[in-house]
Design a protein around this ligand. Structure first.
Ligand code: GTP
Ligand code: ZN
Length: 202
């Protein structure tokens, strides 16, 4: 597995701050926002935020091999694309640490083996629960599938709305970003790409 698919994962324990340090950082941000971390309603907030961060960014604890190592080869000769579409996700942009959310569509053309369908959704979760750009996340999902399953091709499309464009900055509610990555047979065939797009979006 190369650097792209595993970027930023499993940082050493020594690199992580302690719970107390994380809570102190939240208290600093509360003061930066203009509030008083010592008022009653905010006393437990640093602890809650630190806990929430461990959950929201739990993707750093997992690598794609953890998700994709179990495969099946008995598929009665099935060899068309397998497509799981509308996989909802929430992530955070690495520029502002503000959420972006949307749906991912993932297809692959099996070669020797297939993978459990839920594992494709788990792969989306793995990468969504890290600081991301949409382009990186799209590329990482495709690369992980290519490297773990060695299929004949992979297609990934993500449609997402970025809160850093809606809640702040340019403040454009509803703008959607579409990203696609095609590899193998999807990459060389406009017809396969069109079929993927048609199946993913109908
Ligand atoms: N390409 C890409 N850009 C993103 C993504 N998420 C957020 N951004 C953009 O990252 C850019 C960061 O731009 P900067 O000029 O460094 O930061 P900024 O001053 O906060 O930018 P504005 O949002 O325009 O106010 C912004 O244009 C965001 O819209 C993403 O997933 N992919
Ligand atoms: Zn952003």
């Amino acid at each position: 597995m190369d650097a792209v698919a595993n970027q930023g994962c499993r940082l050493s324990a020594a690199y992580r701050p302690t719970q107390e340090e994380a809570e102190e950082a939240v208290r600093t941000l509360l003061r930066w926002a203009g509030d008083d971390p010592n008022r009653e309603g905010l006393l437990e907030t640093p602890n809650r935020v630190a806990k929430a961060y461990r959950e929201l960014f739990s993707g750093y604890e997992v690598v794609p091999e953890d998700v994709l190592s179990k495969t099946f080869s008995e598929v009665a000769g099935y060899k068309d694309m397998v497509l799981v579409r509308d996989i909802g996700f929430h992530s955070h942009c690495e520029h502002h640490m503000v959420p972006f959310h949307g749906i991912a569509h993932i297809a692959y053309i099996p070669d020797r083996c297939v993978v459990g369908l839920s594992k494709l959704a788990r792969l989306v979760e793995l990468y969504a629960r890290r600081l991301q750009t949409q382009e990186t996340m799209t590329a990482q999902i495709a690369k992980a599938l290519d490297e773990c399953l060695r299929p004949q091709g992979v297609a990934v499309m993500i449609e997402a709305e970025h809160m850093c464009m809606a809640m702040r900055g340019i403040r454009k509610e509803g703008a959607k970003t579409l990203t696609t990555v095609f590899t193998g047979q999807f990459d060389v065939s406009a017809e396969r790409q069109a079929r993927f797009m048609m199946l993913a979006r109908t």
